[in-house]
Design a protein around this ligand. Sequence first.
Ligand SMILES: C[S@@+](CC[C@H](N)C(=O)[O-])C[C@H]1O[C@@H](n2cnc3c(N)ncnc32)[C@H](O)[C@@H]1O
Length: 644
Amino acid sequence: MEGFIHTDDDVRLRYTEHGSGRPVVFVHGWLGAADQWRPAAQALAGECRAVVYDQRGHGRSEDARSGWTIHRLADDLAHLLERLGATDAVLVGHSMGCSVIWAYLELFGPARLERLVFVDQAPAMVSDPVWDERTIAHAGAMFTDAELHRLCHSLADPESGEDTVRAIVAGMVTRSAPPGLTERVIAWALRVDGSYAAELLRNHAHQDWRRQIGLIRLPALVVAGRASVVPWTAAEWIAREIPGAQLEIFEPDEGGSQLLALENPARFNELLREFLAGPVTRTQDRLSASSHRHPLNAKEQRHETHSDSPATQGARRKQAPPTPAARGGAVARTRRLARRQRTDHSLSGSGALDRDSGPMAAFRGGVIAMSTATQSLHEGFQNSPPSVEVEATFAWLDRIDAHPLTQEIKRRMSELCPIDAGDRVLDVGCGLGHELARLSERVGRRGRAVGIDANPAMIAEARRRAAEAWFPGQYEVGDAHNLDFPEDTFDLCLTERVLRYLRDPEAAVREMTRVVRPGGSVLAFDFDSDQTIVDATDQSLARRLADVLDAAVPNPWIGRQMYGLFRRVGLADVRVVPHTVVLTGADGFATYRQLNQGTIARAVQDGQISPPEAKTWWGGLEQAANTDRFLSVNLGFIVAGRKA
Ligand SMILES: C[S@@+](CC[C@H](N)C(=O)[O-])C[C@H]1O[C@@H](n2cnc3c(N)ncnc32)[C@H](O)[C@@H]1O
């Protein structure tokens, strides 16, 4: 049965009901449509009153000239629940649909609701620059602010809008998605005006629902795809926050993408059916929660306003025990635990970030790669790049520094050349100052920690970050070939992943040696590009690409050359420690892709590699990542010497 509601800002929204009984309302995602939920609604029609609707400006609902915000969409949902006379509705949200539900709970509380289903949505999509990797993983943050704005501009621009939508949708399915699914989803997405789509995405992505999720006390089912663009670590966090929530992760070979309900409707519908069949309860929480503003029920609102303060209600919600229904969810979860544990890459494990738990994994490999597709990260480290590239290089340096494998390199470097409080250290090519910040702390106020970098934008950002640090360090623009310090100034001079980019690495090591005091140390780390191996099927293409990637930096062999170089400039006690970096899983693939995509795209433009070859290359590696077979190994060297 089809019906319409008119919102109070005069937008006509279309909904369809299947079956009778308890209302189960499906809320589609950004650029989605009611049609995406139709198979699930029809499958459940014999057991409940399944309702699908098109949100404003989507599907067959009317366009709206305003109201492209999550809270307005939540208000629309409230109108729909009112029309349905719902008192015990189940809300099933997909992607942005989950945000609409969280906003609904914030505005209206759970009075009309009985249970909730959240499919593949992160609580906070934009990362805060101060967040560490774990916080980013829990929030499921996929964008920096700048990346989000770039994406929105590209969506709103009629020239690039359609291509952007197509690229986004392509990243929402697994490679084994049924034929035609992508085109159907693209058709739903292109129905929405580009500038409205951008406005809504901006508003949607800027929400942070973590606090609101922490207040939920209704039975909840949280579903995510391991291969989704939304980091599945966020679903884990959500399920942990909601007492008794049931967590289900679809693996890549189970259609575990952002569109998992469409890729694997059989499993999804069965899951939903089982969850809906759990015991029905009203919790104290639920009954008390009518204190939320509800424009459709002013009497209720007045009553609650006098009976309880928001602060007390919040505290009571926090303390409410899990409901029996929620405990039912926990039992169901336990039943599935064995299966989950076989594939669980929980963040609590030490090697977690080596695998596909990296919070930005899919996004980095997808949308950000799209925005930097023809830019090479390596280029950004050789010149002072235009601002659009600076963002990508910043994001890369942040991501790499937080990686446990990088921290392991740092640990081994400081074992080779320990420093003490009061020492004077110089970091050449310090980038954003990640290492210098740590060194500053170690040398303390009596010591001196200086970082120089040729890129003024790097130094400006390093200074900005250092401004509030307890041990801020000193950051200067400078050239490694010509250090602006008198000789014998420092106890240690180090450089990490910089020599490969220099016009004359030997001149730089000579300079580093000059500014170190006799007995002081010179320390360097760099990769040998020629020693990067990838488990790819086409060996001859892999060899040609190795040449392409070698040519991306002026000194691809610097890893093996540093020993000779240190000896040539007269350093004593030269020690060499090889260090391998093993990248696996979706996160490893995302890292590999982010580093190399721009270089390979350039090679295609230059005619060194044909477009079909590039497509085959990326397709093969992506398939390996989706089936957990991706492997890339990079060989680097730590080299240390002493000034005689
Ligand atoms: C890959 S980044 C490494 C940054 C930092 N060492 C780290 O580990 O995070 C390379 C850095 O070298 C800097 N660089 C390139 N050429 C340089 C030069 N001639 N003198 C000083 N720094 C330079 C780049 O601006 C960039 O910040």
